[in-house]
Design a protein around this ligand. Structure first.
Ligand code: ATP
Ligand code: MG
Ligand code: FE
Length: 347
């Protein structure tokens, strides 16, 4: 099926077009620069930017794909989770298209879409697989047998009990004076730093914590530890070695993420790990996950970095999978749900 997907859950206006598992267009307009000086995404600014970018981004995607809107078989749209006002813009645009074209609309879960997108790059998802979903607002380990939902399609194994991994990257970047969003800047700085310069804490990895939180994550203690270390350095009047702190912090995050993802796969008897979400773009996470999984005979799939951060292609990919699996379309009064849980894939 030819599916057009719309993504507006945060600050990216994304319109993707796929035919089955083939990516035809992935147009993204970001308002990130408008938020940078506030050090975080300003919801009202994001909504307004989506409104302005929506029609041009749809037009650009159609031109890139070489299709007319009339050719589309279905519209998919992120209806949660995300910023309420931002989601509304995408959902309203998708409804207008669905009504105007007389085509079905599929409301899809943004988090499931972060997982589904990999099929555009590496073909049908291995089933079951362990998905490590690490983004700006979420960090979870999931057992995925059907990314379109269904009975036990997506089962949570663990999640962060405080900050998301991406949130930790963004907060630590801010402490180090790096621009927003911090993930890519930490990634870059870390390349010329030493990952063993500071031994930062690995959250929820003590024997006691593992009893109750085997597959859960915690990053707020790590963030505080970095803040204390930087403050102490500044008080002593010595310069802060940004690259070394970035590398040491990054290592603490990806050490725990990869350790727990591999443990989850081994414990579930699953041979495939899929990593998705903005933090999946992290170069060190990709290398360490591959290394540790390979040691246990487990395969790792990660989409290319451009498909890890928010985009419309991921929404179209999940929409195409919904159509392929004969899932029922959403009603035309489909609501946006800013706190849609990761397990409820279907609206
Ligand atoms: P969610 O998907 O939970 O709703 P979101 O959509 O805002 O959150 P994504 O776009 O999926 O988040 O991911 C953005 C996050 O990914 C930001 O926190 C950003 O710093 C982080 N990120 C992006 N690239 C990298 C990288 N190379 N290394 C580490 N983190 C990164
Ligand atoms: Mg973003
Ligand atoms: Fe996201």
């Amino acid at each position: 099926p030819l599916v057009l997907g719309i993504e507006t859950s945060c600050d990216e206006t994304g319109v993707g077009i796929v035919r089955g598992n083939t990516l035809l267009a992935d147009a993204v307009a970001s308002s990130v620069e408008e938020h940078a000086r506030f050090g975080g995404v300003v919801p009202e600014v994001a909504s307004r930017a989506h409104l302005e970018a929506m029609v041009p981004t749809i037009e650009r995607a159609c031109a890139d794909a070489g299709i007319r809107l009339l050719d589309v078989d279905a519209i998919a749209v992120t209806n949660g989770p995300g910023l309420a006002g931002a989601l509304l813009v995408g959902v309203a645009a998708a409804k207008a298209l669905a009504v105007g074209l007389g085509k079905p609309i599929f409301g899809v879960n943004h988090l499931a879409a972060h997982v589904a997108v990999d099929q555009l790059e590496h073909g049908p998802l291995p089933s079951p697989c362990v998905a490590l979903l690490v983004s700006g607002g979420h960090s979870s380990l999931l057992r995925v047998s059907d990314v379109t939902g269904g009975d036990q399609g997506v089962v949570p194994l663990g999640a962060t009990i405080d900050d998301a991994a991406g949130e930790a990257f963004d907060k630590v970047a801010r402490l180090l004076g790096l621009p927003f969003p911090g993930g890519p800047h930490i990634d870059r700085a870390a390349r010329s730093g030493s990952s063993v310069y500071v031994d930062f804490p690995r959250g929820l990895t003590s024997r006691r914590d593992l009893e109750r939180h085997r597959f859960d994550f915690s990053f707020s203690g790590l963030k505080t530890a970095v803040a204390r270390w930087v403050e102490a350095r500044e008080r002593s009047g010595e310069p802060v070695p940004v690259d070394d702190v970035a590398a040491s912090f990054q290592e603490a995050v990806v050490d725990v993420l990869t350790r727990k993802a591999v443990d989850a796969a081994v414990s579930e008897g699953i041979e495939d790990i899929l990593i998705g979400g903005g933090v999946a773009a992290n170069s060190r996470l990709r290398v360490l996950a591959e290394e540790r999984a390979a040691a246990k005979g487990i395969r790792v799939r990660v989409p290319r970095p451009g498909l890890c951060t928010d985009n419309g292609a991921m929404v179209a990919a999940l929409g195409a999978e919904m159509v392929a699996r004969g899932r029922q379309a959403s009603p035309l009064d489909l609501p946006a749900d800013s706190s849609l849980p990761v397990t409820s894939v279907l609206a």
